[in-house]
Ligand binder design. Structure first.
Ligand code: NDP
Length: 245
């Protein structure tokens, strides 16, 4: 898989960092972005460069179209080509629907759904011309089965599945695949913030009996962007220890 370049959003921490590192290990050049965590993003870049690939981190808010355009311009400066897009950046603003503010709804939709849209559109233009591309979007088990307190987040994560399936139909003839990965509960800052009792409750819902690691998700992404997955498109690969059933 060498000599390819991947844009991975939200690579400063958690699942995004694990995806950057796993792709770099396969010889893929990495362009990632972050919202605020520049020091953490530079750590990711240093790890990737340790695998002998080119790597760069750009401050870019995926919810802002101009930032996404700048991210793709920077990516093209690195190697002149982009074969892989991984839409990973995401946020939560949890709360029960009856108390959810417009702002908490909009922030989650703007980042998780519209951010993925901006990146998909920018990547698709390049990949269609190239007649090759791999687009993987990180959804969530919550987008498949729902979760109390996450109407906004579940809406965004179900939304990216619909976008992925539509994109697969639009781009199939150009040899561009679009798939989603739906992680369950993965140990990152996002889930670390939850109370211990909630985490214990979650673990009970997981047939494999443990929370996942960011690397578990990264392996699924590596597979979906590889030649081994060249006839797979429009699919959702659950990496959830069996949660969604
Ligand atoms: P983290 O909160 O640990 O990391 C989120 C990453 O996204 C960070 O790199 C952050 O950058 C970046 N980011 C957030 N908002 C933006 C933005 N507007 N523009 C650019 N970058 C942004 O999350 P996880 O690693 O846990 O989650 C990664 C993805 O996986 C998300 O889409 C999440 O919804 C999904 N997911 C996670 C699960 C879990 O259990 N952890 C389960 C299912 C899905 P910065 O460091 O600058 O803030």
């Amino acid at each position: 898989m060498g000599n390819q370049t991947a844009v991975v959003t939200g690579g400063s921490r958690g699942i995004g960092r694990a995806i950057c590192v796993a792709l770099a290990r396969e010889g893929i050049n990495i362009v990632t972005c972050y919202a605020k965590g520049s020091a953490a993003a530079e750590e990711t870049i240093a790890i990737c460069k340790g695998y002998g690939v080119q790597a760069v981190a750009v401050q870019a808010d995926v919810a802002v179209q101009a930032d996404v355009e700048r991210l793709f311009a920077e990516a093209l400066k690195l190697t002149g080509t982009i074969e892989i897009l991984v839409n990973n950046a995401g946020i939560t603003r949890d709360g029960l629907l009856i108390r959810m503010s417009d702002d908490d709804f909009d922030q989650v939709i703007d980042t998780n759904l519209k951010g993925a849209f901006y990146c998909m559109r920018a990547a698709s233009k390049l990949m269609m011309k190239k007649r090759y591309g791999r687009i993987v979007t990180i959804s969530s088990v919550v987008g498949l089965i729902g979760n109390a307190g996450q109407v906004n987040y579940a809406g965004s994560k179900a939304g990216v599945i619909g976008m992925t399936k539509s994109l697969a139909k639009e781009l199939g003839s150009r040899n561009v695949t679009a798939n989603a990965v739906a992680p369950g509960f993965i140990t990152t800052d996002m889930t670390e913030a939850l109370p211990e009792t909630v985490k214990e409750q979650m673990a009970k819902q997981i047939p494999l009996g443990r929370m996942g690691k960011p690397e578990d998700v990264a392996e699924a992404v590596v597979f979906l962007v590889s030649d081994r997955a060249s006839y797979i498109t429009g699919q959702v690969l659950n990496v959830d220890g069996g949660m969604a059933g």
